[in-house]
Design a protein around this ligand. Structure first.
Ligand SMILES: C[S@@+](CC[C@H](N)C(=O)[O-])C[C@H]1O[C@@H](n2cnc3c(N)ncnc32)[C@H](O)[C@@H]1O
Length: 277
């Protein structure tokens, strides 16, 4: 693909999703966008590229963004954040006198649902210790296709073998042939919504806990800063923010600060969690 054509896709992705496409990934355009060009009835990718030079249909742009996202995820990915959620974050709310018992959690790049379901199962396991608490998990993603998979909650043997304890598989899933479907009571704990992190966030409301893991790595530093600072505005003053293992706020923004000895966990810079450290 020549540079001018590559730039069309680079600009489209950056402008519509924040994803940064580097020249070394240009092979992905060919492999991932062939099915999109076929779906839209174009003879080949160059015909589609020419359409993109004009005013392309909004749904074509959506399809291209969706095809170029990386949806890699797994149950209890990197395990530590889920342990911290269980042993540090949930007990904070349990022990905080006078705190609202309604806890809102946002999974901001939920992919095929393993992350929000891992949180829901953890909450279910801890529920007996937190009587009267009510948890709402809002799980969002820019890919409608991946959200539909998440809502369906059906996983292959390979997917359930990645990170999911066997006890949880037995307790919270039902087997259908060689697939496993998460039980309805766990599904009911989650609301799935299409949401682009570049869009205004106010309509989502305020949250106590935000998981935004393994998506900002695909953005450039100014976009990371913008998204993190707007997420900061959606988090209650004593809330928590989780990033992925390869992500940090350092050198990006100072509205969050890492919590000592809790890798991947951040809080608002003026919050009691940071002051107490
Ligand atoms: C690698 S997955 C991470 C999934 C999960 N958070 C985890 O850590 O396992 C990244 C997800 O971010 C989504 N994504 C990419 N750009 C986005 C954007 N601008 N707004 C919302 N979601 C986005 C992708 O569709 C993909 O499902």
């Amino acid at each position: 693909m020549n540079i001018a054509d590559f730039d069309i896709y680079k600009d489209l992705l950056k402008g519509n999703s924040g994803l940064v496409l580097t020249q070394d990934k240009s092979y992905l355009i060919e492999s991932r966008l062939k099915p999109v060009s076929k779906k839209w009835g174009y003879d080949d990718i160059s015909t589609m590229t020419n359409i993109l030079r004009g005013v392309p249909p909004k749904d074509l742009v959506k399809d291209i963004v969706e095809a170029m996202t990386t949806n890699e995820t797994s149950f209890f990915r990197d395990i530590k954040p889920f342990e911290i959620f269980k042993t540090h974050v949930l007990p904070y709310y349990k022990n905080k006198l006078g705190h609202s018992k309604k806890i809102r959690i946002w999974c901001a790049a939920a992919a095929s649902g393993q992350e929000p379901y891992s949180l829901a199962m953890t909450i279910k396991e801890e529920a007996a210790k937190m009587p009267g608490f009510n948890f709402e998990i809002v799980a969002t993603d820019i890919s409608q296709e991946i959200l539909d998979q998440a809502k369906e909650g059906t996983y292959s043997q390979f997917e359930v073998q990645r990170g999911l304890p066997i006890t949880h598989l037995m307790k919270y899933f039902t087997q259908n042939g060689d697939k496993w479907t998460i039980n309805q009571d766990i599904k009911n704990m989650i609301t799935y919504k299409y949401f682009n992190l570049l869009d205004p966030m106010a309509s989502l409301g305020k949250f106590d806990i935000v998981f935004c893991r393994n998506v900002l790595i695909y953005f450039d530093p100014p976009t990371k800063k913008d998204v993190m600072e707007r997420i900061n505005g959606q988090i209650n003053d004593d809330g928590f923010f989780f990033l992925g293992g390869a992500e940090t706020v350092l050198g990006i923004t100072d509205v969050f600060k890492g919590i000592k000895d809790r890798r991947g966990l951040y809080a608002k810079v003026n919050s009691e969690h940071v002051k107490a450290a």
